[in-house]
Design a binder for this molecule. Structure first.
Ligand code: SF4
Ligand code: SF4
Length: 161
């Protein structure tokens, strides 16, 4: 699949909303979830709600109405790095909390820009275009083209702002 305007030798990628899975948002923030969501995720994982609380939530948070997922090695406990790549994956993606589902990626977003800079050596212009050397832009375009879905949607619906 080729993205209009971002293939070839271009040094700029137009503004986009594709999540390129850098994992910065899952590292810089903590996901909040309701008690009902915790129960649902515990069910999916085949563990009790108490086990879920003990293993996956932040004990510093009171947890009366909501819980926070805890961090491990500076990122959400459910985030894992895909070996040999610049991409991460959420181990509970199919049943992740609503606060994660509601998070929209965008080349205008600070966290996504941080991931672009850190993982890809790319910057974002005021107009939202991703910029960098030809090699880096092409490498990044290859990643975008390899991704088939974003937030459960076919990526073609998400490819432009
Ligand atoms: S549950 Fe998944 S999407 Fe949500 S913060 Fe953790 S790793 Fe990220
Ligand atoms: S910071 Fe942006 S690109 Fe990186 S994982 Fe989060 S939403 Fe996706």
């Amino acid at each position: 699949m080729m993205y209009p305007g971002i293939a070839g030798n271009k040094k700029q990628v137009p503004p986009f909303t594709i999540c390129f899975r850098c994992g910065i948002c899952c590292s810089d923030h903590q996901a909040i979830l309701s008690l009902a969501e915790a129960q649902r995720i515990a069910d999916k994982l085949g563990i009790t709600p108490d086990d879920f609380r003990n293993r996956y939530t932040d004990k510093r948070w009171p947890g009366i109405k909501n819980l926070l997922l805890r961090k491990r090695n500076g990122a959400c406990v459910f985030l894992e790095r895909v070996k040999g790549s610049k991409v991460t994956r959420c181990q509970i993606h199919a049943f992740r909390p609503l606060s994660c589902i509601d998070w929209i990626s965008s080349s205008y977003r600070r966290e996504c820009q941080k991931g672009l800079a850190r993982n890809w050596g790319l910057s974002v212009s005021l107009a939202g275009s991703v910029e960098g050397t030809s090699d880096r832009v092409q490498e990044f375009c290859r990643l975008l083209e390899s991704l088939t879905t974003c937030n459960g949607q076919e990526i073609s619906q998400y490819n432009r702002v």
